[in-house]
Design a protein around this ligand. Structure first.
Ligand SMILES: [Fe+2]
Length: 135
């Protein structure tokens, strides 16, 4: 089963929507690499590729929040920081144990579920704020 971004996650802010799609593509690439039984190096690369894009994306969102004087900035940024720490734990887990079925479970429970929930609830509020300012 491929993991895809879908239209329930559309925020109506093209820059953010495009980045969310890229995030899901990289997350899917990671899950596929583990499922295919790719080497530890290969899975490590797809995991690093995902973490790298998460940083870029969070920085872009946080910049939009600052530029638009978003009142929920601190709380939203704290969520990003918590997730970034979880990803670091996952990377350590992979360094120690390598790719495993358990890693798929952990990626799904900590990354996939978090991302969908964060986009659906937290990013949506930011998008509403940005759209209201555009009007
Ligand atoms: Fe966010």
């Amino acid at each position: 089963m491929a993991l895809t971004w879908d239209t329930t996650l559309v925020m109506g802010i093209p820059e953010i929507d495009a980045q969310h799609q890229r995030l899901f593509e990289r997350l899917d690439a990671l899950l596929q690499a583990i499922r295919r039984g790719s080497s530890r190096d290969e899975v490590g690369r797809t995991l690093a590729f995902l973490c790298d894009y998460v940083k870029t994306h969070f920085a872009a969102e946080e910049e939009l929040m600052r530029e638009s004087s978003y009142p929920g900035y601190a709380e939203h940024k704290a969520q990003h920081e918590g997730f970034t720490r979880d990803l670091a734990v996952l990377e350590e887990d992979h360094l120690r144990n390598g790719p495993s079925p358990g890693l798929i479970l952990r990626v799904n429970s900590r990354v996939t579920v978090w991302l969908r929930d964060h986009i659906y609830r937290v990013d949506r509020q930011l998008a509403e704020h940005l759209r209201a300012r555009q009007r």
